[in-house]
Design a protein around this ligand. Structure first.
Ligand code: GUN
Ligand code: FE
Length: 468
């Protein structure tokens, strides 16, 4: 981005879980470094004129179009992108063996990784995912390629080499804990080095920005890691408290049973991962569907974040699982949404938001209307799932002071949603005369898709979009 940007028109973003702000006539000014310099919420008479920076490109959004913050995908397996939708109904360990591992093994081939990751990152950007937390495969080279691709295409991302030194077929298992740790360390250093290389991380002596692509430790789950490997990863986190970590947590019955057998000393997965030094505010725990009160209390105390993946939970892994999201929120546990591409079939955060509403509805109904804790189980509203997909996800990744809404000082990661450009042949419920902004927004969230995403911006730079 070379020149400042100005947007005038409708802006929609979350202030809190239940507080969606819809501004019809706002002005946003974005500095050349991609930060939000000013945000005037109305141009009603009497509001002081905003000073438009010299050389700024000014965009007036037509009626029916609006800006929203980019989506944050807190759980995504990049190498599973080419197998989304396969193996529905299989239990988790069988699905890994039969469907997933053979696909991930292909990423030993660097040229396959480059082509596939290029398509994969392009796809998620097109669907408005401006930030993603990616599991790579176990391959260090392919993982570096994934980080390169995010850096080149301008997606904000966490990228982790998957650790798995046991309980996987030989063709994909790492040789040893020591090799896994060494390669992980090399990947972390490589990814950190990216921010110094082009890509506009620093501009003309301006204040240094946080790197767009960051490393994340990625032990697949306890089943696929020896105690020695988990211990080594925990030590890496202890040495460097800026390192994030992600794993699968209490996902399914089959997984929980196998974990207990491998680690008979631990009744609780929270205790297990904590004992290896892996839990803290930068830990992103995917799924969390079968949770005891004790585990929930530990996650709250340790300030871990939950990546809720309702599409995957209801189709792959073991039955029909619904995480207790309402209870997490009540306890102050950070929650975001994840596509879980490829356990989840969708690249679209919009699909995940819709499924989060369906899942919470199922939980509310199955929990038994009339119970004392009825309020506790109220289904998630449209406002709430939108928050989870944006500001909530930012919190899970400890980026809430950088992205997630349009507060002044944050970076401009955004989607320009169009409902006015019918040449894009949208399938969204049509906007009609007299629709309120809230109705238009609701139609988009429930029925829109990437054809409504005219422009996708990360840090003020246009990185994707269906529009001209
Ligand atoms: N548990 C361990 N690996 C995986 C994976 O790739 N996907 C899901 N959904 N669960 C897992
Ligand atoms: Fe997953």
């Amino acid at each position: 981005m070379d020149s400042p940007l100005v947007f005038r028109g409708t802006v929609i973003h979350s202030l809190h879980l239940t507080q969606l702000e819809i501004l019809e006539d706002a002005t946003l000014i974005i500095n050349a470094d991609g930060r939000i310099a000013a945000f005037q919420k109305s141009s009603a008479r009497g509001t002081p004129e905003l000073r438009i920076p010299a050389g700024a490109k000014v965009h007036q959004l037509p009626p029916g179009d609006f800006l929203i913050p980019g989506f944050v995908d807190t759980h995504n397996h990049a190498p599973q992108w080419p197998m989304r939708g396969l193996g529905q109904g299989l239990h988790i360990l069988d699905w890994l063996d039969q469907v997933t591992f053979p696909v991930e093994a292909r990423f030993s081939d660097a040229s396959y990784a480059r082509t596939t990751y290029g398509q994969c990152v392009g796809d998620f950007l097109r669907h408005g995912i401006t930030t993603a937390s990616y599991y790579g495969s176990r391959h260090a080279e392919a993982t570096r390629i994934l980080a390169d691709v995010c850096h080149e295409k301008g997606q904000r991302a966490f990228v982790g080499k998957c650790n798995m030194d046991r309980n996987a077929p030989e063709y994909i298992r790492e040789e040893s804990a020591a090799a896994s740790l060494r390669e992980t360390d090399e990947c972390v250093r490589y990814i950190r080095g990216l921010s110094g290389r082009g890509g506009g991380e620093t501009r003309g002596g301006e204040q240094r920005q946080e790197a767009l692509v960051q490393p994340i430790l990625t032990p697949r789950f306890a089943i696929s890691c020896t105690p020695e490997l988990l211990k080594g990863l925990g030590e890496m986190m202890e040495r460097d408290d800026t390192l994030a970590m992600q794993t699968h947590f209490n996902e399914a019955e089959q997984e929980i049973r196998a974990t207990r057998e491998l680690f008979p000393g631990y009744e609780s997965e929270a205790d297990l991962y904590e004992a290896f030094g892996l839990l803290g505010r930068r830990s992103v725990l995917a799924h969390c569907t079968i949770m005891t009160d004790y585990d929930k209390a530990r996650l709250a105390a340790l300030r871990c974040g939950v990546a809720h993946c309702p599409v995957a939970n209801m189709t792959v892994g073991g039955g029909f699982m619904v995480a207790p999201v309402r209870d997490f929120l009540r306890r102050g546990i950070k929650v975001g949404l994840g596509t879980d591409s490829g356990g989840g079939w969708a690249s679209q955060m919009l699909a995940v938001m819709r499924q989060a509403m369906i899942a919470s509805n199922a939980r509310a109904v199955m929990g038994g209307a009339g119970d004392d804790d009825d309020d506790n189980e109220a289904p998630l509203s449209l406002e709430e799932v939108f928050y989870l997909a944006t500001l909530g996800g930012a919190g899970v990744l400890c980026l809430e002071d950088q992205i997630g809404n349009f507060e002044v000082g944050k970076q401009f990661d955004a989607v320009w949603v169009t409902t006015s450009n019918t040449s894009l042949r949208p399938v969204m419920t049509p906007r009609e005369e007299g629709d309120s902004l809230k109705t238009t927004f609701e139609k988009f969230v429930m029925t829109g898709d990437d054809r409504n995403m005219a422009h996708v911006y990360v840090r003020g730079r246009r990185v994707a979009g269906a529009g001209e």
